[in-house]
Ligand binder design. Structure first.
Ligand SMILES: NC(=O)c1ccc[n+]([C@@H]2O[C@H](COP(=O)([O-])OP(=O)(O)OC[C@H]3O[C@@H](n4cnc5c(N)ncnc54)[C@H](OP(=O)(O)O)[C@@H]3O)[C@@H](O)[C@H]2O)c1
Length: 242
């Protein structure tokens, strides 16, 4: 695995913005192949500390947030910077325009967007002058409504990063689960349903890069093994309907 996804908003309390970025920078600095890892971070979401998520897609905020992420990650340019979520109070073109400026200024090496619909993907591609490299949307067995965005990314040749890709999978083995085929096919292959889920996604298009979360080494190692699991066309068709 050569990609780590994070965000300045991945923290708990209001006074610890960028907590996860700081941990990642520390971990990569202590690893001999840390420099080979692409760190994808985001700006535009905030966590005031009461458990809620708020938005600020203003260019002023995005530029300041990017500077702060740069400092925490300890790099001269961020590998992939993603606009976290459209802010209804700010025209989308203005938010994405700030990301374009960051690219032009060399503060970020690649630009992406997240939680975007097909119209916003096309608009961002235009504003960035063809330099949009990725779209990160929720997509999992339990959440399939991003399939049109996945297809559009395939057509445009840009990466599609399914977030919370394992949604619904932990209950696939339960009686009456609509995701039961994931558990059945997993058993047939002698692996866990999470691995089958990721293999199913990866088979959808070469542009698909799932970003499974993990708090244990065992789970992330298991997920990484999904690249070596090949499912048959019949299995994939069954999972499409499951
Ligand atoms: N752009 C956005 O708005 C947005 C929103 C939400 C999330 N995200 C991104 O999506 C990433 C993943 O989302 P997520 O963590 O919410 O959901 P997830 O990846 O769907 O699920 C994570 C859970 O699955 C378990 N798991 C992972 N791999 C497994 C395996 N191979 N076998 C068994 N269990 C496995 C983990 O267990 P353990 O913890 O026990 O390892 C954890 O409980 C986040 O880290 C974040 O980068 C982005």
């Amino acid at each position: 695995m050569t990609l780590i996804d994070t965000a300045d908003a991945y923290h708990r309390d209001a006074d610890e913005v960028g907590h996860n970025e700081t941990l990642i920078a520390k971990a990569l600095a202590s690893h001999d192949r840390g420099a080979d890892v692409l760190v994808a971070t985001k700006g535009g979401h905030l966590r005031p500390g009461d458990g809620s998520w708020t938005l600020d897609g203003s260019p002023r905020h995005l530029k300041a947030a990017c500077e702060a992420s740069l400092r925490r990650l300890g790099v001269e340019a961020i590998g992939l910077y993603q606009f976290h979520r459209p802010d209804p109070r700010v025209p989308y073109a203005e938010s994405v325009g700030a990301i374009r400026d960051l690219l032009d200024e060399g503060k970020i090496r690649m630009a992406g967007i997240s939680n975007a619909n097909p119209e916003q993907i096309r608009q961002a591609g235009d504003i960035l002058g063809g330099r949009l490299v990725s779209v990160q949307n929720q997509f999992s067995p339990a959440f399939r409504s991003s399939e049109p965005e996945l297809r559009l990314c395939d057509e445009l040749g840009i990466a599609f990063l399914p977030w919370s890709p394992l949604g619904g999978i932990s209950r696939a083995g339960e009686l009456g689960s609509s995701h039961a085929p994931f558990a059945r096919i997993a058993e047939a292959h002698g692996v866990g349903p999470q691995r089958v889920c990721l293999a199913w996604m990866l088979a959808k298009s070469p542009v698909v890069v799932p970003i499974p979360g993990a708090s244990r080494p065992e789970t992330i190692r298991d997920s990484a093994a999904a690249v070596d699991l090949t499912l048959t066309p019949e299995e994939l068709a069954e999972l499409d309907g499951a």
